[in-house]
Design a protein around this ligand. Structure first.
Ligand SMILES: *Cc1c(COP(=O)(O)O)cnc(C)c1O
Length: 394
Protein backbone atom coordinates (compact mmCIF):
# COMPACT_ATOMS: atom_id res chain seq x y z
CA UNK A 1 0.00 0.00 0.00
CA UNK A 2 1.11 3.53 -0.67
CA UNK A 3 2.33 5.32 2.39
CA UNK A 4 -0.03 8.13 1.46
CA UNK A 5 -3.15 6.05 1.81
CA UNK A 6 -4.57 3.80 4.46
CA UNK A 7 -4.16 0.16 3.43
CA UNK A 8 -7.65 -0.81 4.55
CA UNK A 9 -9.34 1.01 1.68
CA UNK A 10 -10.39 -1.00 -1.36
CA UNK A 11 -9.01 -0.34 -4.82
CA UNK A 12 -12.37 1.12 -5.93
CA UNK A 13 -12.02 3.79 -3.26
CA UNK A 14 -8.36 4.44 -4.07
CA UNK A 15 -9.34 4.92 -7.73
CA UNK A 16 -11.65 7.77 -6.78
CA UNK A 17 -9.95 9.32 -3.76
CA UNK A 18 -6.29 8.39 -3.31
CA UNK A 19 -3.70 11.11 -3.58
CA UNK A 20 -5.94 14.16 -3.55
CA UNK A 21 -4.64 17.15 -1.60
CA UNK A 22 -7.11 20.04 -1.51
CA UNK A 23 -5.71 23.53 -1.81
CA UNK A 24 -6.98 26.46 0.26
CA UNK A 25 -9.71 26.96 -2.37
CA UNK A 26 -11.75 23.98 -1.11
CA UNK A 27 -12.12 22.59 -4.64
CA UNK A 28 -13.93 19.25 -4.92
CA UNK A 29 -12.40 18.13 -8.23
CA UNK A 30 -8.63 17.89 -8.71
CA UNK A 31 -7.07 21.11 -10.05
CA UNK A 32 -4.47 21.31 -12.83
CA UNK A 33 -1.33 23.16 -11.81
CA UNK A 34 -0.14 24.73 -15.03
CA UNK A 35 3.20 26.12 -13.90
CA UNK A 36 6.75 25.37 -14.96
CA UNK A 37 8.44 26.68 -11.82
CA UNK A 38 7.67 27.56 -8.20
CA UNK A 39 8.60 30.59 -6.11
CA UNK A 40 10.52 30.69 -2.84
CA UNK A 41 9.96 32.87 0.22
CA UNK A 42 13.57 34.06 0.24
CA UNK A 43 17.03 33.40 -1.11
CA UNK A 44 17.68 31.21 1.92
CA UNK A 45 14.48 29.22 1.27
CA UNK A 46 15.54 28.70 -2.37
CA UNK A 47 18.95 27.47 -1.23
CA UNK A 48 17.36 25.04 1.25
CA UNK A 49 15.00 23.59 -1.36
CA UNK A 50 17.69 23.25 -4.03
CA UNK A 51 19.94 21.46 -1.55
CA UNK A 52 17.17 18.98 -0.83
CA UNK A 53 17.28 19.77 2.91
CA UNK A 54 13.77 21.18 2.73
CA UNK A 55 11.18 19.35 0.61
CA UNK A 56 9.06 21.28 -1.86
CA UNK A 57 8.50 22.07 -5.50
CA UNK A 58 11.30 23.67 -7.51
CA UNK A 59 10.56 23.03 -11.18
CA UNK A 60 7.93 20.94 -12.98
CA UNK A 61 10.49 18.73 -14.67
CA UNK A 62 11.00 17.31 -11.14
CA UNK A 63 7.65 17.63 -9.41
CA UNK A 64 4.19 19.05 -10.05
CA UNK A 65 1.16 18.77 -7.72
CA UNK A 66 -1.20 17.42 -10.41
CA UNK A 67 1.35 14.85 -11.53
CA UNK A 68 1.92 13.93 -7.88
CA UNK A 69 -1.81 13.28 -7.35
CA UNK A 70 -1.79 10.88 -10.30
CA UNK A 71 1.34 9.18 -8.94
CA UNK A 72 -0.15 8.72 -5.47
CA UNK A 73 -3.39 7.36 -6.86
CA UNK A 74 -1.72 4.80 -9.14
CA UNK A 75 0.75 3.80 -6.38
CA UNK A 76 -2.17 3.13 -4.02
CA UNK A 77 -3.97 1.09 -6.68
CA UNK A 78 -0.91 -1.04 -7.55
CA UNK A 79 -0.10 -1.49 -3.86
CA UNK A 80 3.30 0.14 -4.32
CA UNK A 81 5.09 2.60 -2.06
CA UNK A 82 5.78 5.06 -4.82
CA UNK A 83 5.00 5.86 -8.44
CA UNK A 84 6.98 7.88 -10.95
CA UNK A 85 4.93 9.38 -13.79
CA UNK A 86 6.69 9.89 -17.13
CA UNK A 87 5.86 11.15 -20.60
CA UNK A 88 5.02 7.80 -22.26
CA UNK A 89 5.08 4.06 -21.70
CA UNK A 90 8.32 3.87 -23.69
CA UNK A 91 9.77 6.69 -21.55
CA UNK A 92 9.04 4.52 -18.50
CA UNK A 93 11.04 1.63 -19.98
CA UNK A 94 13.81 4.02 -21.06
CA UNK A 95 13.97 5.42 -17.51
CA UNK A 96 14.16 1.89 -16.20
CA UNK A 97 17.17 1.16 -18.39
CA UNK A 98 18.93 4.46 -17.79
CA UNK A 99 18.32 4.31 -14.06
CA UNK A 100 19.05 0.66 -13.33
CA UNK A 101 21.55 -0.52 -15.95
CA UNK A 102 25.26 0.04 -16.49
CA UNK A 103 27.73 -1.29 -19.06
CA UNK A 104 28.26 -5.02 -18.62
CA UNK A 105 24.78 -5.62 -17.19
CA UNK A 106 22.41 -8.20 -18.60
CA UNK A 107 18.63 -8.31 -19.00
CA UNK A 108 16.36 -11.29 -19.59
CA UNK A 109 13.28 -10.25 -21.54
CA UNK A 110 10.24 -12.11 -22.79
CA UNK A 111 10.21 -12.46 -26.57
CA UNK A 112 6.51 -11.55 -26.56
CA UNK A 113 6.70 -7.91 -25.46
CA UNK A 114 5.66 -4.66 -27.13
CA UNK A 115 7.67 -4.26 -30.36
CA UNK A 116 9.33 -0.99 -29.35
CA UNK A 117 10.42 -2.56 -26.07
CA UNK A 118 12.34 -5.20 -28.02
CA UNK A 119 13.95 -2.48 -30.18
CA UNK A 120 14.86 -0.41 -27.12
CA UNK A 121 16.79 -3.30 -25.55
CA UNK A 122 18.17 -4.67 -28.82
CA UNK A 123 19.18 -1.46 -30.63
CA UNK A 124 19.69 1.16 -27.94
CA UNK A 125 20.66 -0.31 -24.56
CA UNK A 126 22.97 -2.63 -26.54
CA UNK A 127 24.95 0.47 -27.62
CA UNK A 128 25.91 0.92 -23.96
CA UNK A 129 27.14 -2.67 -23.59
CA UNK A 130 23.98 -3.99 -21.98
CA UNK A 131 23.15 -7.41 -23.35
CA UNK A 132 19.58 -8.74 -23.50
CA UNK A 133 18.54 -12.39 -23.80
CA UNK A 134 15.07 -12.92 -25.23
CA UNK A 135 13.20 -15.99 -24.00
CA UNK A 136 9.91 -17.77 -24.58
CA UNK A 137 7.37 -16.20 -22.20
CA UNK A 138 5.85 -19.41 -20.84
CA UNK A 139 9.05 -21.49 -20.67
CA UNK A 140 10.26 -21.14 -17.07
CA UNK A 141 13.28 -23.33 -17.79
CA UNK A 142 14.37 -20.91 -20.53
CA UNK A 143 14.17 -18.00 -18.06
CA UNK A 144 16.25 -19.96 -15.59
CA UNK A 145 18.84 -20.96 -18.21
CA UNK A 146 19.21 -17.35 -19.36
CA UNK A 147 20.14 -16.03 -15.90
CA UNK A 148 23.70 -14.76 -15.43
CA UNK A 149 25.54 -13.19 -12.50
CA UNK A 150 25.20 -9.86 -14.35
CA UNK A 151 21.42 -10.14 -14.81
CA UNK A 152 20.04 -6.89 -13.40
CA UNK A 153 16.38 -7.51 -14.16
CA UNK A 154 13.82 -9.74 -15.85
CA UNK A 155 11.26 -7.98 -18.03
CA UNK A 156 7.85 -9.44 -18.84
CA UNK A 157 4.38 -8.65 -20.17
CA UNK A 158 1.57 -10.95 -19.13
CA UNK A 159 -0.84 -11.64 -20.78
CA UNK A 160 1.11 -11.29 -23.99
CA UNK A 161 -0.01 -9.44 -27.08
CA UNK A 162 -1.75 -10.70 -29.22
CA UNK A 163 -1.90 -14.39 -28.17
CA UNK A 164 -2.73 -13.71 -24.48
CA UNK A 165 -0.13 -16.16 -23.16
CA UNK A 166 0.45 -15.99 -19.42
CA UNK A 167 3.46 -16.53 -17.18
CA UNK A 168 3.48 -17.27 -13.47
CA UNK A 169 4.59 -13.94 -11.98
CA UNK A 170 5.34 -15.47 -8.58
CA UNK A 171 7.65 -18.07 -10.15
CA UNK A 172 9.56 -15.39 -12.06
CA UNK A 173 9.77 -13.22 -8.92
CA UNK A 174 11.30 -16.16 -7.02
CA UNK A 175 13.77 -16.75 -9.84
CA UNK A 176 14.80 -13.08 -9.90
CA UNK A 177 15.09 -13.02 -6.13
CA UNK A 178 17.30 -16.11 -5.97
CA UNK A 179 19.75 -14.44 -8.40
CA UNK A 180 19.73 -11.02 -6.78
CA UNK A 181 17.89 -9.60 -9.81
CA UNK A 182 14.70 -7.61 -10.08
CA UNK A 183 11.43 -8.56 -11.76
CA UNK A 184 9.75 -5.85 -13.85
CA UNK A 185 6.19 -6.45 -15.10
CA UNK A 186 4.52 -4.41 -17.83
CA UNK A 187 0.94 -4.33 -16.47
CA UNK A 188 -0.64 -2.43 -19.36
CA UNK A 189 -3.06 -5.16 -20.44
CA UNK A 190 -4.47 -5.94 -16.99
CA UNK A 191 -4.07 -2.68 -15.04
CA UNK A 192 -4.11 -2.95 -11.23
CA UNK A 193 -7.81 -3.76 -11.41
CA UNK A 194 -7.14 -7.21 -12.90
CA UNK A 195 -3.58 -7.98 -11.75
CA UNK A 196 -1.28 -6.64 -9.04
CA UNK A 197 2.25 -7.89 -9.79
CA UNK A 198 3.83 -6.24 -6.72
CA UNK A 199 1.62 -8.40 -4.49
CA UNK A 200 2.92 -11.45 -6.38
CA UNK A 201 6.55 -10.54 -5.72
CA UNK A 202 7.47 -8.30 -8.67
CA UNK A 203 9.76 -5.37 -7.85
CA UNK A 204 8.55 -2.82 -10.38
CA UNK A 205 5.44 -2.33 -12.51
CA UNK A 206 5.56 -0.42 -15.80
CA UNK A 207 2.56 1.30 -17.36
CA UNK A 208 1.64 2.94 -20.59
CA UNK A 209 -1.03 5.30 -19.22
CA UNK A 210 -1.95 5.86 -22.87
CA UNK A 211 -4.03 2.68 -22.83
CA UNK A 212 -6.60 1.72 -20.16
CA UNK A 213 -5.53 4.29 -17.53
CA UNK A 214 -6.66 7.06 -19.86
CA UNK A 215 -9.28 4.75 -21.29
CA UNK A 216 -10.52 7.08 -23.98
CA UNK A 217 -7.52 7.34 -26.29
CA UNK A 218 -6.59 10.96 -25.60
CA UNK A 219 -3.12 11.37 -24.07
CA UNK A 220 0.30 9.72 -24.11
CA UNK A 221 1.85 8.93 -20.73
CA UNK A 222 3.59 6.30 -18.64
CA UNK A 223 4.50 5.33 -15.10
CA UNK A 224 6.67 3.08 -12.97
CA UNK A 225 5.50 1.80 -9.57
CA UNK A 226 7.61 0.12 -6.90
CA UNK A 227 9.42 0.59 -3.64
CA UNK A 228 10.38 4.01 -2.36
CA UNK A 229 14.00 2.86 -2.34
CA UNK A 230 14.17 1.75 -6.00
CA UNK A 231 12.35 4.83 -7.26
CA UNK A 232 14.25 7.32 -5.11
CA UNK A 233 17.67 5.80 -5.66
CA UNK A 234 17.59 4.82 -9.33
CA UNK A 235 14.61 6.20 -11.24
CA UNK A 236 13.69 9.63 -9.89
CA UNK A 237 17.28 10.90 -10.41
CA UNK A 238 17.01 9.97 -14.10
CA UNK A 239 13.63 11.70 -14.47
CA UNK A 240 15.01 14.83 -12.83
CA UNK A 241 18.07 14.91 -15.07
CA UNK A 242 16.93 13.16 -18.25
CA UNK A 243 13.56 14.95 -18.28
CA UNK A 244 10.89 12.53 -19.65
CA UNK A 245 8.31 14.38 -17.54
CA UNK A 246 4.52 13.91 -17.69
CA UNK A 247 2.65 17.14 -18.41
CA UNK A 248 0.19 18.32 -15.71
CA UNK A 249 -2.64 18.33 -18.24
CA UNK A 250 -2.00 14.69 -19.17
CA UNK A 251 -1.69 13.78 -15.48
CA UNK A 252 -5.10 15.33 -14.88
CA UNK A 253 -6.64 13.34 -17.75
CA UNK A 254 -5.10 10.13 -16.39
CA UNK A 255 -6.03 10.71 -12.77
CA UNK A 256 -9.65 11.33 -13.70
CA UNK A 257 -9.35 8.26 -15.96
CA UNK A 258 -8.32 6.23 -12.91
CA UNK A 259 -11.59 7.18 -11.19
CA UNK A 260 -13.57 5.07 -13.66
CA UNK A 261 -10.93 2.36 -14.22
CA UNK A 262 -12.61 -0.26 -11.97
CA UNK A 263 -15.98 0.00 -13.72
CA UNK A 264 -14.44 0.25 -17.18
CA UNK A 265 -12.20 -2.81 -16.72
CA UNK A 266 -15.15 -4.83 -15.45
CA UNK A 267 -17.16 -3.84 -18.53
CA UNK A 268 -14.22 -4.51 -20.91
CA UNK A 269 -13.90 -8.01 -19.41
CA UNK A 270 -17.63 -8.75 -19.67
CA UNK A 271 -17.78 -7.61 -23.29
CA UNK A 272 -14.62 -9.51 -24.26
CA UNK A 273 -15.91 -12.67 -22.58
CA UNK A 274 -19.19 -12.52 -24.50
CA UNK A 275 -17.44 -11.83 -27.79
CA UNK A 276 -14.92 -14.64 -27.18
CA UNK A 277 -17.76 -17.15 -26.73
CA UNK A 278 -19.49 -15.89 -29.87
CA UNK A 279 -16.26 -16.17 -31.90
CA UNK A 280 -15.59 -19.66 -30.56
CA UNK A 281 -18.88 -20.83 -32.03
CA UNK A 282 -18.16 -19.54 -35.52
CA UNK A 283 -17.18 -22.16 -38.11
CA UNK A 284 -14.96 -19.64 -39.98
CA UNK A 285 -12.73 -19.37 -36.90
CA UNK A 286 -10.37 -22.17 -35.96
CA UNK A 287 -9.14 -20.82 -32.64
CA UNK A 288 -9.84 -18.04 -30.15
CA UNK A 289 -7.14 -16.79 -27.78
CA UNK A 290 -8.62 -15.36 -24.56
CA UNK A 291 -7.59 -16.19 -20.97
CA UNK A 292 -11.24 -16.31 -19.88
CA UNK A 293 -11.99 -19.35 -22.07
CA UNK A 294 -11.67 -22.90 -20.72
CA UNK A 295 -9.87 -23.71 -23.97
CA UNK A 296 -7.01 -21.34 -23.03
CA UNK A 297 -3.99 -23.53 -22.15
CA UNK A 298 -3.33 -21.47 -19.02
CA UNK A 299 -6.90 -20.94 -17.92
CA UNK A 300 -6.15 -22.17 -14.38
CA UNK A 301 -3.16 -19.84 -13.98
CA UNK A 302 -5.20 -16.93 -15.35
CA UNK A 303 -7.91 -17.59 -12.75
CA UNK A 304 -5.33 -17.72 -9.98
CA UNK A 305 -3.21 -14.75 -10.99
CA UNK A 306 -5.74 -12.34 -12.51
CA UNK A 307 -8.98 -10.89 -11.23
CA UNK A 308 -10.38 -10.82 -14.76
CA UNK A 309 -9.42 -11.99 -18.24
CA UNK A 310 -9.02 -8.52 -19.77
CA UNK A 311 -10.31 -6.69 -22.82
CA UNK A 312 -8.02 -8.03 -25.56
CA UNK A 313 -8.54 -11.21 -27.55
CA UNK A 314 -7.36 -12.62 -30.83
CA UNK A 315 -8.52 -15.34 -33.18
CA UNK A 316 -7.44 -17.35 -36.14
CA UNK A 317 -9.46 -17.33 -39.36
CA UNK A 318 -9.52 -20.49 -41.48
CA UNK A 319 -9.06 -18.42 -44.65
CA UNK A 320 -5.66 -16.91 -43.77
CA UNK A 321 -4.69 -13.34 -44.67
CA UNK A 322 -7.41 -12.84 -47.31
CA UNK A 323 -10.11 -13.77 -44.82
CA UNK A 324 -8.52 -11.59 -42.11
CA UNK A 325 -8.29 -8.51 -44.35
CA UNK A 326 -11.81 -9.13 -45.69
CA UNK A 327 -13.17 -9.22 -42.14
CA UNK A 328 -11.34 -6.04 -41.15
CA UNK A 329 -12.34 -4.16 -44.30
CA UNK A 330 -16.00 -5.16 -43.96
CA UNK A 331 -16.38 -3.52 -40.53
CA UNK A 332 -18.29 -0.26 -40.44
CA UNK A 333 -18.12 0.57 -36.73
CA UNK A 334 -14.92 -0.98 -35.36
CA UNK A 335 -11.83 1.23 -35.58
CA UNK A 336 -9.00 -0.15 -37.71
CA UNK A 337 -6.08 0.78 -35.47
CA UNK A 338 -3.43 -1.01 -33.45
CA UNK A 339 -4.24 0.98 -30.31
CA UNK A 340 -5.98 -0.61 -27.34
CA UNK A 341 -7.47 0.29 -23.98
CA UNK A 342 -10.07 2.58 -25.47
CA UNK A 343 -13.85 2.64 -25.00
CA UNK A 344 -13.99 2.21 -28.80
CA UNK A 345 -13.40 -1.33 -30.07
CA UNK A 346 -10.33 -1.64 -32.28
CA UNK A 347 -9.42 -4.34 -34.79
CA UNK A 348 -5.99 -5.08 -36.22
CA UNK A 349 -4.06 -7.62 -38.31
CA UNK A 350 -0.87 -8.25 -36.28
CA UNK A 351 1.09 -10.02 -39.06
CA UNK A 352 1.09 -6.92 -41.30
CA UNK A 353 1.07 -4.17 -38.62
CA UNK A 354 2.44 -4.57 -35.07
CA UNK A 355 4.46 -7.67 -36.02
CA UNK A 356 5.09 -6.72 -39.66
CA UNK A 357 8.77 -5.97 -39.10
CA UNK A 358 9.56 -9.53 -38.03
CA UNK A 359 10.88 -12.03 -40.59
CA UNK A 360 8.54 -14.82 -41.69
CA UNK A 361 10.44 -17.27 -39.48
CA UNK A 362 10.29 -14.98 -36.43
CA UNK A 363 6.58 -14.47 -36.95
CA UNK A 364 5.97 -18.18 -37.27
CA UNK A 365 8.01 -18.82 -34.10
CA UNK A 366 5.91 -16.21 -32.28
CA UNK A 367 2.68 -17.86 -33.45
CA UNK A 368 1.55 -14.78 -35.40
CA UNK A 369 -0.09 -16.40 -38.40
CA UNK A 370 -1.54 -14.63 -41.44
CA UNK A 371 -5.09 -15.49 -40.39
CA UNK A 372 -4.74 -13.93 -36.93
CA UNK A 373 -6.91 -10.93 -36.01
CA UNK A 374 -6.73 -9.01 -32.72
CA UNK A 375 -9.63 -7.15 -31.18
CA UNK A 376 -9.35 -4.81 -28.20
CA UNK A 377 -12.94 -4.95 -27.06
CA UNK A 378 -14.45 -1.59 -26.17
CA UNK A 379 -17.62 -0.57 -24.39
CA UNK A 380 -20.12 -0.50 -27.27
CA UNK A 381 -22.99 -3.01 -27.17
CA UNK A 382 -21.60 -6.51 -27.85
CA UNK A 383 -24.57 -7.14 -30.19
CA UNK A 384 -23.43 -4.23 -32.35
CA UNK A 385 -19.80 -5.46 -32.32
CA UNK A 386 -20.97 -8.93 -33.39
CA UNK A 387 -23.18 -7.49 -36.12
CA UNK A 388 -20.25 -5.47 -37.42
CA UNK A 389 -18.07 -8.60 -37.60
CA UNK A 390 -20.84 -10.76 -39.07
CA UNK A 391 -20.67 -9.02 -42.47
CA UNK A 392 -17.05 -9.87 -43.13
CA UNK A 393 -17.10 -13.38 -41.63
CA UNK A 394 -19.66 -15.04 -43.87
C1 LIG B 1 1.58 0.90 -25.76
C2 LIG B 1 2.39 0.01 -24.95
C3 LIG B 1 3.65 0.40 -24.48
C4 LIG B 1 4.27 1.75 -24.83
O1 LIG B 1 3.51 2.82 -24.35
P1 LIG B 1 3.45 4.26 -25.06
O2 LIG B 1 2.61 5.05 -24.12
O3 LIG B 1 2.85 4.07 -26.41
O4 LIG B 1 4.85 4.77 -25.14
C5 LIG B 1 4.34 -0.48 -23.69
N1 LIG B 1 3.85 -1.70 -23.38
C6 LIG B 1 2.64 -2.11 -23.83
C7 LIG B 1 2.13 -3.46 -23.45
C8 LIG B 1 1.88 -1.29 -24.62
O5 LIG B 1 0.69 -1.70 -25.08
Amino acid sequence: MSKFDSPDKSIDTHAVRAGQERTGESEHSDPIFVTSSYVFDSAADAAERFSGRVPGNIYSRFTNPTVRTFERRLAAMEGGERCLAVSSGMAAITALGMGLLKAGDHVVCSRSVFGNTVLLFQNFFAKFAVETSFVELTDLQAWQDAMRPQTRFLYVETPSNPLTEIVDIRALADLADSHGSLLVVDNVFCTPILQRPLELGADLVVHSATKYLDGQGRCIGGAIVGSDDLIEQYLYPFLRTGGPTMSPFNAWVFLTGLETLPVRMKAHCENAMRLAHWLENRSEISRVYYPGLHSHPQYALACEQQMGAGGVLSFELQGGKDAAWKLIDATRMLSITANLGDVKTTITHPATTTHGRLSNEERAAAGITDGLVRIAVGLESVDDIENDLETGLG
